[in-house]
Structures are given as structure tokens and as C-alpha cells.
Design a protein around this ligand. Structure first.
Ligand SMILES: [Zn+2]
Length: 474
């Protein structure tokens, strides 16, 4: 494929090592201080699911009002039946020359137990150049950077050429479907769409920089996500005494079915995003791996390259839909022939493929009508967002100003984010973030979650520069 201008050349990447030796620009001291203060406040406001996000939404609203935003442009919204699942929307008014952009950020965090952590997860603790606390990288660090940047632009009197809308939302981590929760973005799209309607969405919950062995590797821009889709497989028999075995044993039947599925590979399906990703990744690799990735960037793979890339778990998931058995449950007693076996098969589906077609493939591969196959968790069908130059060039430009020639790689993530909802609603959505995570030590959702002080100060500057740039371009 032809690479866009945002894709650095191999020669440029070779020079990048030297360029990184210079210290990247960071936010001015007063903005670093404000960013840190906001981060501390957000981390110390417990937004796990037991507590909800309304208190944090109100804190953000107060800061926006204190900075001079009009009350009609700052709205705290919670579903009437779930007052603790609050969201806050801030509208930064522009000249209206272009359509609005939406920044989408979630306020909730996953649970953290004090006894598992070195420091209290709900206190922001500075130690050895790091800031520890639940949410520092997922995603209160990003929330703080987005809020600080918009306050910084407001204080400078910046007038964007479009409205920039900010939605800080509830229950992203809950997945939306559990009773007692309210997926904030889903609620807002259904009930308050005009408040958040935008030409495109920036979601700092995905994308971001990658570090390996202390060196900045690349920056991902997430344009798509694999769809989550689960099937239940079930088979029954009349049972009997274990002294009288029959060939109809459901445990054997299910075992054969799952073994066939385990051996099956779904067809190669390289999306536009993943072709561009492999074009960029090839420049960071060498030898056979680089050659195979260059082939992948064309969308057509020779049998050898397909085999090699499929043999690696990390690249296999980029090439195709995958389905894997995750639970099995069956039989009713030590000396009884089993009457029933159930299994769950979890699929991660390439955007654009149809869940019904995945089911048809599974039925065909298993080839046993005695195995009933039904949908257990339905897919949220979200399309891939196009690699629009407006976003890719802005990220390239801002990144070059901070980390010269850092490769920018479009990316499809295997996990899910709130961008699935905005993409389904017809708003192209991009996971973009300036925090770098160590590929060998990712602590999102884990113990001792942390962001480096230096990295957080760079994130403040990156977020500010990108927001400003998107507010200047048409
Ligand atoms: Zn998150």
C-alpha cells in the first residue's frame, strides 16, 4: 500500500534514536501544577462502581465554571434512575466554521484493594519519579490532561474554529449491560445526542505510545476494535449408568467439536488500518519479520508469510477473527453417563465481518447437528474509522514537535472501548493519547498502576497541542 505522509520513512526512523536524546517539551510549570492538582483530586475521588462518577463529574463542572465557562455550556447529566452514574459535558464554543469535535473520556475506574498495593490506590502518591494511584493510566491521567488543556486554552483566550465538546462519562468499565449501571456514552447518545453530536471523536482511552526497554517505540492511533461475540454450544443425551457406556456420550461429542474448532483458522482479513499498521511496523523490524510484515501491508500474503505471522499470537490476532473455547461445564456424577454439556466460545471479530457469518462458519466446522449453537453475548457491530488526514496529520505534526520522527501506527485493538458506541452512532472515532506505556509492564487495571512524572508532563503538553491544532484546522 502507499503510505500516507504521517508514516515516517525508514531513514527517518533510523535518525529517531538521536532525536530522542533531546528532552521533549513539557507543559509550563503552572500547567504542570494544575494538571497534578486535577489528577490528585480525580484519583482521590473514588469512582469504582460501588461509588459511581457523579462526584467526579461535579468537580470537573466546578472547575469549568470557575474558569469562566457559561452555565449552559457545562452540564452534569445522570440517568434519573441512577443518580450516582453522572456524566459531565463541557462545550468550548468556537467560531462555528467547522463541525464540532468530541473528546470522550471515562471517569470510572476498576476496583483496587489497598492490601494488594504498595501505596493506597485512592491517594496520589509520588515515589521514585512515578505517580501511583488507581486510574493514573486508565484514564484519570488522561482526564486530567484533557481538562487541564481545555482550561489552559481558555485562559489563553483561544478561539477554536469549531466547538470542542468534552464528555467525561460513567461506567465505561462496566461494559454497559449490567443491572444497576449506566454506560454513560450509550445513555448520552440515546438521550442527549445534540449535546455531543460531532464530526469526529478523540478518545484518549485507546491508542498512545509504546515503550520497550526504556525506549519510545511508536505511537498507536486506534481506528477500530475487534467485536466481542460469544456463542454457547450445548449437547444433551438421555444419560444412564456409567457401567453401560454408549457412543452418544455428550462429553466426547463436545470434545470432538471443540477440538475441530481449535484447529480451525478463520480466513485472512487485513483491514485498511492493519495494512497501514504493518507498513509502519515493518520499518521497526528486520529480516524475515520485516519482509513478512511488508507483505501483510499489501493485503496479500504468500503461504510461508501467512504461516509465520499466524504462528505468532500477537500477529495472528491482527490477521483474522479468532474464536476460542473459554468455559466448559457438563456431566452430573461420578458414575452417571453425562446428560448435558455446555461450553462457551468467545470470538473477537474483525470489523466488517458479520456475526451471522461467523456462526455459520462455526456450524460448518463442527459439522455435528447434535451440537446446538446459540448466541450468548451479542456483538456490538462497530465499523472501522477511516484514516482521515485531519486526524493523522495532526497527530503526526504534534508528535514530531515532541518526539521527532516517532512512527505513528494506525491500530485495531483486540479489546473494547467506548469508541464502539460512537462509531456505531456514525461518528468516526480515534484513540489518541500521549502517555507511553511499557509493553512489558502495562499496569492498567492492575496493582500499583502508575504514570511517570515526566510522562505525565509530556502528556499535558501533547494533549494541549493536539487540542489546539484540531481547533485550528478545517
Ligand atoms: Zn479505560
Amino acid at each position: 500500500m502507499k503510505s500516507g505522509p504521517w508514516l515516517a520513512s525508514a531513514a527517518a526512523i533510523a535518525l529517531a534514536g538521536a532525536a530522542f536524546a533531546q528532552t521533549p517539551p513539557v507543559a509550563p510549570p503552572k500547567d504542570q501544577a494544575l494538571g497534578r492538582e486535577i489528577l490528585k483530586q480525580l484519583v482521590e475521588t473514588d469512582t469504582t462502581h460501588a461509588h459511581g462518577s457523579t462526584a467526579a463529574a461535579q468537580e470537573i463542572a466546578q472547575r469549568a465554571l470557575a474558569a469562566g465557562f457559561a452555565p449552559e455550556d457545562v452540564k452534569v447529566i445522570a440517568p434519573p434512575q441512577y443518580p450516582a452514574r453522572g456524566n459531565v459535558i463541557i462545550r468550548y464554543r468556537g467560531t462555528g466554521d467547522a463541525k464540532p469535535i468530541l473528546y470522550l473520556c471515562h471517569l470510572d475506574v476498576v476496583e483496587a484493594r489497598k492490601e494488594d498495593w504498595t501505596y493506597d490506590p485512592f491517594k496520589l502518591t509520588e515515589a521514585d519519579g512515578w505517580l501511583y494511584g488507581r486510574g493514573t493510566i486508565d484514564m484519570k491521567g488522561q482526564d486530567a490532561a484533557v481538562l487541564e488543556s481545555l482550561l489552559r486554552l481558555k485562559a489563553e483566550g483561544f478561539k477554536p474554529n469549531r466547538d470542542i465538546i468534552f464528555a467525561f462519562t460513567a461506567d465505561e468499565e462496566a461494559g454497559g449491560s449490567l443491572p444497576g449501571y449506566s454506560e454513560g456514552i450509550d445513555y448520552l447518545l440515546k438521550n442527549d445526542r445534540p449535546l455531543i453530536d460531532a464530526e469526529l471523536v478523540i478518545n484518549p482511552d485507546a491508542g498512545g505510545g509504546e515503550i520497550k526497554n526504556g525506549r519510545k517505540l511508536d505511537m498507536l492511533v486506534q481506528t477500530s476494535e475487534k467485536m466481542f461475540l460469544t456463542f454457547q454450544l450445548e449437547t444433551r443425551d438421555r444419560g444412564g449408568h456409567s457401567s453401560m457406556p454408549t457412543p452418544a456420550n455428550p462429553i466426547y461429542r463436545m470434545s470432538r467439536a471443540l477440538a475441530k474448532l481449535g484447529d480451525y483458522q478463520f480466513p485472512l482479513n487485513l483491514t485498511t488500518t492493519m495494512k497501514a499498521y504493518f507498513a509502519g511496523r515493518a520499518l521497526l523490524e528486520s529480516g524475515q519479520v520485516a519482509a513478512d510484515m511488508r507483505e501483510a501491508s499489501t493485503g496479500i500474503l504468500s503461504p510461508g508469510a501467512l504461516q509465520r505471522l499466524s504462528n505468532q499470537v500477537e500477529t495472528n490476532v491482527d490477521l483474522r477473527t479468532t474464536c476460542v473455547a473459554t468455559t466448559i461445564d457438563g456431566g452430573q456424577g461420578e458414575s452417571a453417563l453425562p446428560e448435558r454439556v455446555k461450553a462457551l466460545v468467545q470470538c473477537r471479530v474483525i470489523p466488517g465481518e458479520s456475526p451471522a457469518d461467523i456462526q455459520r462458519q462455526i456450524v460448518k466446522v463442527i459439522g455435528d447437528p447434535a451440537i446446538q449453537i446459540s448466541v450468548y453475548t451479542n456483538a456490538k457491530v462497530s465499523p472501522e474509522s477511516p484514516l482521515t488526514p485531519k486526524v493523522m496529520d495532526a497527530v503526526r505534526g504534534v508528535s514530531d514537535g515532541m518526539w521527532p520522527k516517532l512512527p505513528i501506527l494506525p491500530n485495531m485493538s483486540a479489546g473494547a472501548s467506548d469508541s464502539a458506541y460512537t462509531r456505531m452512532a456514525g461518528m468516526p472515532s480515534y484513540g489518541v493519547d500521549g502517555i507511553f506505556t511499557d509493553v512489558d509492564d502495562d499496569r492498567a487495571h492492575g496493582r500499583d498502576e502508575r504514570v511517570s512524572i515526566e510522562g505525565f508532563n509530556e502528556e499535558l503538553e501533547f494533549t494541549y497541542r493536539l487540542m489546539k491544532r484540531l481547533g485550528e484546522e478545517s
